[in-house]
Design a protein around this ligand. Sequence first.
Ligand SMILES: [Zn+2]
Length: 108
Amino acid sequence: MGRALDIRKNDIVRVTAGRDKGKEGRVLEVYPRKKQLFVEHVNIIKRHTKPNPNKQIRGGILDKEGPIDISNVSLICADCGPARIQHREKAGGEKVRVCAKCGQVLDR
Ligand SMILES: [Zn+2]
């Protein structure tokens, strides 16, 4: 891989491996160095939180998104489904991500 930045915050991605395979969601955060990201409602883990009255945190068990490997998600092409990404430069020099199969622009 090594193309961690192919996926960006706010992209809609599909999970292609692991427990939540097939789920789709919005990318909440990307950590390129760790090659991990967080996807809304995907890989939900239980977090034990200590009560902190100063911050009005009651404590208990909280559901929260856990990190998943960037290689386990894929951008979605409207026609092809999970897409392999290619980079293309438009006339004005603007770089866009396109579906490697059909050439459709995947940036929104
Ligand atoms: Zn396509």
